[in-house]
Structure formats: C-alpha cells, structure tokens
Design a protein around this ligand. Structure first.
Ligand code: SAH
Length: 225
C-alpha cells in the first residue's frame, strides 16, 4: 500500500472511531438532550460522508493560487468550533446547560425540513464543482468556471446549503450557545469570504465571471432572463 493511501485509511479509521464514540456518548445522554441531539449527529455524519471523497480528490489536484491567510484560517477555525466542537462538547458534557431553553417538538420537524434540502444541496454543489472544490479559497490546476447544474442560477449553493445545515443545528440543539454557534460563525465567514472569493474568481476568469454574475444570484436563484 502506498503512503498516502495508508494515511487516508488511517484518517478514515480515526474518523469512524471518533464518530462512534461521540454517538455512544450522545445516546447515553439522550434523556437529557432529547432526539434533536441524534438528528444533529446524523446531519453531521452525512455531511462528512458527502465531503470525504472530495477531500481525497482535492489532495490529488495541484493548487495554482491560494488566498488562505490568517483571517481565512481564523474564520475556518471559528466555523469548525461553532458547528462541531462546541455542539459536541455541550451534548457530551452539558457544559453550556445554563443556556438551555425549552422548545416545542415541532422545532425538530422544522430542523429536518432544513437539513434534508441542505444535505441535498451540499451533495449537489460538491458534485457539480468536482475537482474545483476546495476547503479554503484556492484556484486549482485546470480550474474551470462552473456555470452548469446547480451553479446555473446560484453562485454560492454550497454556502446556501451550509446556512440550511447550521440552521438545522439551531433547531435541533435548544441551547443559545451550542445551537446558534454554527450560524454565527458561518454568518461571519460568509460576509468576509464572499467578496474575496468573488474578486479572486473575477481576476481568474475576467469577463466570463462578470457575465456569469449577471445571470445568477448569490444564494437564491436569479429568476427570469
Ligand atoms: N462559493 C461556492 C463554492 C465554495 S467552495 C459555493 O458556495 O457553492 C470554494 C471554492 O470554490 C473556491 O476556492 C473557488 O475557487 C471555487 N469556486 C467557487 N465558485 C466556483 C465556480 N462557479 N466555478 C468553479 N469554481 C468555483
């Protein structure tokens, strides 16, 4: 077995072991946290399963240009903290239980109604971006401007998906800190990252990107034309 394949295999095993331990702890604390905690875990697990092959694909494609600076790293860390570390820590230890609030079960259904289209959009946007996807802001070798599929009328469908998924987090975890932290962290990232990403795409693709912007909305489809 070659080295990268061994490392990938090891990372997958560690990921599965970690997820299993987290699931066991969440089930153990189900009477305290309620069914929303299981729904949150399932949403996160499916998100990871959708993204994993794209992370592996991305490792094999050289980077032509990167905008990963300190601000971008801090924003990425904030998103990982808000969407995974804080909710997991709270569900396992109850550390933020002083910020819990009572909520009707109906909110869980609303969460599912956000999570299901969010997961579909997350999968579809990864599939359409193909080897052009990256975790951070990068132009890849042979980077093409994708204007088809879900990108035909929306420029940032993956970010729209993430808003739906972190909205579901808020509806599944009834805690002012662990529930809302994903939305807050990603909202901040969205506001700062999107202008930088669009400027990078404009620099790379010039008029083709300007033309594409006239035909698309950022997160909602531009109708007509
Ligand atoms: N903002 C997009 C993509 C997020 S992934 C979305 O929400 O769907 C981030 C990477 O996608 C960036 O590094 C950028 O290089 C790439 N990217 C964004 N839009 C693209 C497009 N229309 N075609 C090709 N690559 C794109």
């Amino acid at each position: 077995m070659s080295e990268p394949r061994t490392r990938n295999y090891a990372a997958n095993v560690v990921g599965i072991l970690f997820a299993t331990a987290l699931l066991a702890a969440i089930i153990w604390r189900l009477p305290i946290n309620g069914w929303g905690s299981i729904l949150w875990f399932l949403t996160m697990a499916v998100t990871g399963i959708i993204r994993r092959p794209h992370e592996q694909l991305a490792k094999g494609v050289a980077t032509q240009q990167s905008r990963q600076d300190l601000v971008e790293n801090l924003l990425l860390f904030g998103v990982v903290l808000g969407s995974a570390l804080l909710p997991a820590l709270h569900l396992v230890t109850g550390v933020f239980s002083f910020a819990d609030y009572e909520a009707p079960t109906l909110l869980l259904l609303c969460g599912v109604l956000c999570a299901v289209p969010g997961l579909w959009l997350f999968w579809r946007s990864h599939a359409d971006l193909g080897h052009n996807w990256s975790f951070t802001l990068e132009i890849r070798e042979d980077h093409g401007l994708i204007t088809r599929g879900i990108y035909t009328r929306i420029r940032h469908p993956m970010y729209a998906a993430i808003f739906l998924l972190y909205g579901a987090q808020a509806l599944f975890i009834h805690n002012w800190i662990a529930g809302l932290s994903g939305l807050v962290a990603f909202g901040l990232m969205y506001v700062i990252r999107v202008p930088i990403e669009e400027a990078m795409m404009r620099e790379q693709f010039g008029e083709a990107y300007d033309e594409y912007c006239t035909q698309t909305g950022r997160m909602l489809p531009r109708l007509g034309s």
